[in-house]
Design a binder for this molecule. Sequence first.
Ligand SMILES: Nc1ncnc2c1ncn2[C@@H]1O[C@H](COP(=O)(O)OP(=O)(O)O)[C@@H](O)[C@H]1O
Ligand SMILES: [Mg+2]
Length: 384
Amino acid sequence: MDTTPAAVPVTASDPAQRPRVMLLFGGRSGEHAISCATAGGVLRAIDREKYDVVPVGITRSGRWVLAEDDPDVWSITDGRLPEVTDGAGQVLLPQSADDRALQVVRDGSAPAVLGAVDVVFPLLHGPFGEDGTVQGMLELADLRYVGAGVLASAVGMDKHFMKLLLAGAGLPIAPFVVLRPGEFDRDPAPWIQTVAELGLPVFVKPARAGSSLGISKVTDLADLPAAIDAARQHDPKVIVEAAVVGREIECAVLGGRPGEPARASQPGEIVVTDSRHGFYDFEAKYLDEASVRLSCPADLPPDVLEEVRAIAVRTFDAVGCEGLARVDVFVTPDDGVVVNEINTMPGFTPFSMYPRMWEASGLAYPQLIDELLELALTRPVGLR
Ligand SMILES: Nc1ncnc2c1ncn2[C@@H]1O[C@H](COP(=O)(O)OP(=O)(O)O)[C@@H](O)[C@H]1O
Ligand SMILES: [Mg+2]
């Protein structure tokens, strides 16, 4: 006898009930553990009176599983990096836009209905999470979610197309060259010449990575091939940029409420205090955090702070971003502003720059989470 339970669609949640939030974390990128740590922070801070929380982890191989609702499990303690593992039930997304019921499969058993979710909060960094791929799955199922949509996520991940859009919107960026797979190897001489024309030093970067992975500062053209190889460990497409002399300033942007413009936080300055880090590299970001300080608001003249905030909002709009983003700029010695990049899912633990800049601007972490969920709950599904 077939005892398969019918996958009864649970209709959109009853307005009398708390909205159900799926926290999605872990994932296939190198930033899996950082994403878990973020989930720990959000699980601890989210308002349980207001929201019903369903934690869903994505394993390193991409399986979606029910995860423990315990902030301590997901925090980084004594150097132990948290990881989503198989085991608990596998979560299946709705197969059509007609219902929002998740299903769960345990030990090869028939799928059971887990219930509807009202909104997904993808706390994912890097490829296969922050780059529009997961956002595409959510769009297919008509699920509401926090943050940038498919295009803005993909553009935010790809420094090449990001820069084309920013330049198109008239935003100030550093001169750059893109090296596609094979081009440099076929005939390096003209490429070396083009890079030389940017002026040394240059920064050589994988087009689609993050956390400063694979990035080198090149001060001698003889080191260019090795720097390109290092970048290619992460992405076959490489971008080479003229170095900007300036202070590193970040600004947190929050999408506007319906019909209103996006909002910018007080800008903060990243100060790398240990000169052994030639720039804000991976070690400075995660392994030697004592060498990095956030000063917020940055110690800049008021008109320069305003300029940074205006440019951050223009950058957010230029890539068609939604929900949240951190815009990173350089402020040059003559107070010029050059955009470095936009991050559509910036670090989001309570200790990360994005929440700290909002904290310094009067919006505490639990309220920030609430605001992001409100924005996502009120935005339409489908083409917007
Ligand atoms: N054009 C540049 N001029 C000066 N410093 C740069 C430049 N590009 C990158 N850097 C340095 O490298 C760091 C990482 O580069 P970034 O483009 O932000 O990559 P990621 O996406 O990995 O954070 C920056 O925070 C900055 O310290
Ligand atoms: Mg960066």
